[in-house]
Write a protein that binds this ligand. Structure first.
Ligand code: ATP
Ligand code: MG
Length: 304
């Protein structure tokens, strides 16, 4: 099966800023593909080119087998997009936000009404059916934006930070729905700053920084390749004895405030020995996560 998105040397420039810098990737049919990266990395910019709302500066970009420069209208008709920013219509209530959006796709009125009710049910918003947007909570708005993205029964669904600001229940609801959409055979592009979410949902992902990809792959593979299977954490409140000792073993040690991270294939043995030598200092072994991959690759300092 042909990939749903094909990008080669894709570039987006805003005056003297290169927001997306020669990225190449394929997104396959039926997969959940994640774009991760610090604030300003270029995730939304990349996604907005796929959505055909931001013109490509250079490179090749095909979506659903069509060139974004040549057939943007046909592409848009088959996309469902939940943008990062809330752009619900404040003049309408919940159900009207869905039915009015359906008009853009030329969906007949009766069908749009039926579909809108189904989607409210799907996102557990039926009770809020007649509420004006300003009276929704932040999490309800997010859920409505995701519901709206599905109104045209899209083949490719783009979710730009769908769970930012949601409570745990709402996040889990969105995860469950995203998995359900995948089971239906749809392709999903996801951005998120929650590494546990990306680890659980994404079949493949990229981590980008300053417009470029740092890595690409399956979450488990990336964790194994970049970090290993475990991480040793040490809490060192005063002094740097532990840090000096661990570095003297030739280990890669990172410090973040009073916490040390040791990334090593031998971290279990190292921890045992460390516990024997320094029983007074707290240390623990835990499984490596995608968050470790992210922080190792992008560093622990703020990016802006
Ligand atoms: N319309 C625009 N005009 C000029 N610069 C822009 C525009 N949109 C985005 N940028 C810049 O492009 C860069 C990438 O922005 P983008 O929104 O793609 O980041 P992001 O990875 O989605 O970040 P976040 O995690 O904060 O959403 C940033 O430096 C941003 O300031
Ligand atoms: Mg963004």
């Amino acid at each position: 099966m042909a990939p749903v998105v094909v990008a080669r040397d894709l570039v987006k420039r805003y005056e003297d800023l290169t927001a997306v810098d020669r990225i190449s990737f394929d997104i396959n049919q039926g997969e959940i593909f994640g774009f991760l990266g610090p604030n300003g990395a270029g995730k939304s910019t990349a996604i907005r080119m796929i959505q055909c709302v931001s013109p490509v500066t250079s490179g090749k970009l095909e979506v659903l087998g069509m060139d974004v420069r040549e057939r943007p209208r046909e592409i848009k008709a088959r996309l469902g997009v939940a943008p990062q920013d809330n752009n619900l219509d404040p003049d309408f209530n919940v159900i009207q936000n869905l039915t009015s959006y359906a008009r853009y796709f030329g969906i007949p009125k009766a069908q749009a009404a039926r579909r809108a009710e189904e989607l409210l049910e799907f996102m557990q918003l039926s009770e809020k059916r007649d509420v004006m947007i300003e009276n929704l909570s932040g999490g309800m708005k997010r859920r409505l934006i995701v519901a709206r993205a599905l109104i045209n029964d899209p083949d490719l669904i783009i979710l730009d930070e769908p769970t930012t600001g949601l409570d745990p229940q709402a996040r889990h609801l969105i995860w469950e729905r995203v998995r359900q959409l995948k089971r239906e055979g749809r392709t999903i592009i996801l951005t998120t700053h929650y590494m546990d979410e990306a680890e659980q949902l994404c079949d493949r992902l990229v981590i980008m920084e300053r417009g470029k990809f740092l890595v690409e792959g399956e979450p488990k593979r990336l964790i194994a390749d970049v970090v290993g299977d475990c991480v040793m954490e040490v809490i060192e409140t005063d002094g740097d004895e532990a840090e000096r000792y661990l570095r003297s073993l030739g280990q890669q040690v990172e410090r973040s405030a009073d916490r040390l991270y040791v990334y090593s294939k031998d971290c279990r043995t190292i921890n045992q020995e460390f516990r024997r030598l320094h029983p007074e200092i707290y240390s623990v072994i835990r499984p490596a996560t995608l968050e470790d991959v992210f922080l190792r690759l992008t560093g622990r300092r703020l990016k802006e």
